[in-house]
Design a protein around this ligand. Sequence first.
Ligand code: SAM
Ligand code: FES
Length: 350
Amino acid sequence: MKHNTDYILQKAISSHNLHEEEILYLLKAKDTKKLTSFADMVRKKYVGNEVHLRALIEFSNYCKQNCLYCGLQRTNVKLERYRIKEQDIVNLAKQAKDFGYKTVVLQSGEDDYYNVNKMTYIISEIKKLDIAITLSIGEKTFDEYKAYKEAGADRYLLRIETTDEVLYNKLDPDMSLKNRMICLGNIKKLGFEVGSGIMVGLPGQTFESIAKDIVYLKSIPVDMAGIGPFIYNPDTFLQFKSIHQYDNFDLSLKVMAILRLIMPDINIPATTAMETLNHNGRLIALQSGANVVMPNATEAIYRKKYEIYPGKICLNDSPGHCRACIENKINSIGRFVSKSKGFHNPYVTI
Ligand code: SAM
Ligand code: FES
């Protein structure tokens, strides 16, 4: 196995296949810029200069789970909880459509208040608006996923978070990596576009486990890969800070860039967490392989309470402000907002 950045990058752009050891080598290599500029080149060739916007509606911060790193964990008593009424969620989606969004992402903690009846009502009402719907509401049964698909949901986002089972068990008590993988399998089987991804820089996470995560995401294969740096939240029960000596922002860029190299036509968001760590984080991500942004379309009164981690951006802004702001930013780097729903279009060579 040749371990040399130039060799591996050349191999990546010609075959879009890398061995786990080659991925590991790129993760550990010092030169992030070379990697991200190759990813940017591949992004341009396969998915072009358009950027897909997904309007993020954070409709409930109740969660029955207790993920150690996450501010929505059920034992976080400092968090003031809220639920947005079904009709108000539909109204936020209508507003998002009026702002020109072609997709809404409905995200919440794992909140059983929104049972199948409520969720299918919300989905079918939003579907009438002729926009695409992504769900990001956690682990459900096969039958629940099926009901959501039949009601009109198009995509499902469920990050695997980490494929390191020991780390997973430590960070996600009462949950199992196996069940998360089964959920992703069911989502795929039901014909959703599958979004998954990981957090980068989790305490105890290694380069080796991140390389395995990347291989796993390709094996699904995902239609969308969301990569976010882990951001320490002092209100959680995670009693230790990241033991990483590395910069979670830089490492997240590398992970995103490698995913673009080996899955050249998928959708990759420039995540909000990237912008939390760097005020130009989303633009840098868009120039390092990403082609999607998920601006917040929730009203400001709720945004402050959806505090997964501290320092989240745009907390006082309105949905209209975020929509205009992001388009200006995208245009400033010579890119443009797509007019399509932005489904994953496998690239075909003629
Ligand atoms: N309940 C849904 C689920 O589990 O998929 C969606 C909500 S959850 C808050 C969305 C994502 O936030 C998680 O998949 C996780 O990757 C991310 N997240 C949670 N805590 C974080 C932290 N401290 N820093 C960065 N990202 C975090
Ligand atoms: Fe449930 Fe994070 S612990 S959304």
